[in-house]
Design a protein around this ligand. Structure first.
Ligand code: ADP
Ligand code: MG
Length: 610
């Protein structure tokens, strides 16, 4: 038989690569806006028709391209921004992969006009499905204009997947905000179907945020400003009353790049602890600057995820900067007790002494003291809990283990509180395959096994989702599932979160999902059940849901994956169930607020005999 392996033609390779870079019109908007900024433009116009499905056009007054460069720009791996791999650790630009324009041109009809200052004439270039159909000199002003028409015109399958105009426009607007917010020095405008949505003049950061978020925003912003050797933190946080039920106004930028970083977002959220009601989320617009070689932005094709050398110190500094800012501006009821596990490493600070937050405002004050404890959020600090929890009384005198985000927490190092507690001789048994009963020195503990396991899984999953450290069991034989296209879309929407829990999958066709890895705690046979529950939950939830997607996912997975009533447990399983339960932050209730155990004290038994 003759050899059968061939190299793919360029236009096919480009189309495949485009699948990674261009998911939706907003991806094109992001790439074009970033190119304009990289070209040093001081003015950038974004013009969009039909939520980007018909036209996306970006006009800049940046440095422009020569005739040859304009042609080269559409080759794959063609970039003027890096030359060697070392340059990756010293990036000044937003782009560097050199694949955006090649990808965009593979799946749309592109026209470019570009001129450099030193040239008399500019270049006009037209490309359709990776093929150049026209190239000629034109009269044009300095800068570049790119129009991208009929996105996915030659990939009907992907065009079909585009969402409603409303949703796609929302995504485009988000991308516009993310670039505009970090470049107030650039005048930027955005027009959709001939309606001007934004017209932002060159301004300061504060003016830019207000220009985007509306004039009422200004009075709600509190400046943040900290400088250390590891990181400079600037920007604004919203006063606690600016917090919202849904996430949304949370912007974190690192070296002028919008990033998603659950761990650092958690640092900000935790600085607000005790100031926000129930599940509301703080707003923030924070600009971090770190040395370029201490951050790796090369780990995600669409480049919103980054990795830092020293995340723990960043966490501590960020948290403390936000607390500091809150302390200076809102004062009344802030408790600045430092938690022991995150002493701020201010020894790395240049001028350490002047920067340590030293606000002490009545450490006993607890703004939510009267509120029911059932709606405390995941990151509720320990000082907020009333010390009258039944289980805390059981273990009074035992030192609290660190609770915030302790990665060792999940791996059995949780200092078996139960053992240490008081159980010299613990008798443990199962009742009706529903309750686990254990004797205590002071009485009897009755634990609902299903709810206990739900709580354990919920906290474990949420932790994985927050610090993104889920472990996956690789399947030797991937599971293929046939699902309706709209359900596949739900999974794709959640793909990032699912991966953090250990769920690895890809879509083969519109309605086939291939699962390659599972969360450790999940049995293979339960996969369809769990996915079904996740999809059902997402489809029924309204967008204004009070839980974050991560929280929702953790809850649904915990409920479906937990040990059920009716399952027999051996004594080892019961022991570890109790140990793990009491290593939880909130062992007394499930995520949906149901009671997990009751404690019958000797006294209460005694009274029954009267
Ligand atoms: P990257 O931005 O990763 O380098 P792109 O495919 O986005 O890759 O762009 C390829 C090259 O085309 C860039 O490196 C740049 O030299 C040039 N280019 C793209 N857009 C512009 C623009 N608006 N103005 C000037 N040059 C541009
Ligand atoms: Mg680019």
């Amino acid at each position: 038989m003759s050899d059968i392996i061939k190299l793919l033609p360029d236009h096919v390779a480009n189309q495949i690569a485009a699948g990674e870079v261009v998911q939706r019109p907003a991806s094109v908007v992001k790439e074009l806006l970033e190119n304009a900024i990289d070209a040093g433009a001081m003015q950038v116009q974004l013009i969009v028709k039909d939520a980007g499905k018909t036209l996306i056009q970006v006009i800049d007054n940046g440095k422009g391209m020569s005739m040859t460069d304009a042609r080269m720009a559409f080759e794959r791996h063609a970039t003027s921004k890096i030359a060697t791999a070392d340059d990756l650790f010293n990036l000044y630009t937003k782009g560097f992969r050199g694949e955006a324009l090649a990808s965009v041109a593979a799946i749309s009809q592109v026209a470019v006009k570009s001129k450099r200052q030193e040239d008399d004439l500019g270049t006009l270039l037209e490309i359709e499905g990776s093929k150049v159909s026209r190239q000629e000199p034109v009269v044009t002003s300095q800068g570049t204009m790119i129009s991208v028409r009929n996105l996915f015109y030659n990939v009907p399958a992907r065009r079909k997947f585009l969402k409603s105009d409303q949703v796609e426009l929302r995504n485009i607007t988000d991308e516009f905000h993310r670039v505009a917010m970090v470049h107030p020095e650039v005048a930027m405008s955005f027009t959709h179907n001939d309606t001007s949505l934004f017209n932002l003049v060159k301004s300061t950061y504060r003016q830019r945020i207000v220009g985007i978020m509306g004039s009422k925003t200004s009075e709600k912003l509190v400046p943040v400003d900290e400088e250390t050797e590891l990181v400079t933190v600037k920007g604004f946080i919203g006063k606690p009353e600016f917090a919202r039920k849904t996430r949304g106004l949370q912007y974190l930028f690192v070296n002028d790049r919008f990033v998603r970083h659950n761990y650092l977002s958690h640092a900000v959220a935790s600085a607000f602890e005790g100031l926000l009601k129930d599940k509301s989320n703080p707003s923030y617009f924070l600009y971090l600057t770190v040395p370029r070689d201490s951050v790796d932005i090369n780990i995600h094709p669409t480049k919103t995820e980054v990795k830092f050398d020293d995340e723990h110190s960043l966490y501590a500094i960020l948290r403390s900067s936000v607390k500091h800012a809150l302390g200076q501006f809102s004062v009344n009821a802030i408790d600045f007790q430092q938690e022991k596990q995150y002493e701020v490493p201010y020894d790395v600070a240049k001028n350490a002494h002047s920067q340590v937050p030293k606000i002490e405002v009545n450490p006993d004050f607890n703004p939510f003291q009267q509120e029911s404890n059932t709606n405390t959020s995941y990151a509720t600090p320990s000082f907020q809990k009333p010390l009258t929890q039944p289980w805390e009384a059981l273990y009074a005198g035992i030192e609290e283990t660190s609770q915030l985000i302790d990665e060792t927490h999940a791996q059995g190092s949780t200092s078996s509180m139960f053992h240490k507690a008081e159980v010299e001789q613990r008798n443990i048994f199962q009742l009706q395959r529903k309750y686990v009963i254990s004797t205590l020195k002071s009485g009897l503990l009755v634990v609902n096994q299903q709810r206990a396991h739900e709580r354990i899984l919920y906290e474990k999953l949420l932790r994985q989702l927050t610090v993104q450290n889920g472990v996956s069991q690789q399947l030797l034989f991937p599971i293929k599932l046939n699902l309706p296209a709209n359900e596949v879309a739900v999974l794709i929407n959640l793909q990032e979160e699912l991966e953090h829990t250990g769920f690895l999958f890809k879509t083969l066709e519109h309605n086939v999902v291939e699962i390659e890895g599972l969360p450790l705690e999940l049995k293979e046979k339960d996969v369809p059940l769990v996915l079904e529950a996740i999809i059902a939950k997402e489809q029924q939830e309204l967008p204004e849901n009070k839980y974050s997607p991560a929280d929702r996912l953790a809850q649904t997975m915990a409920v479906t994956m937990s040990i059920k009533t009716g399952e027999a447990l051996n004594s080892e399983a019961m022991e570890s169930l109790l140990d793990e339960l009491f290593a939880c932050k909130e062992p007394e209730i499930t995520a949906s607020g149901r009671k997990i155990f009751i404690n019958l004290s000797g006294d209460s038994l005694h009274s029954k005999f009267n």
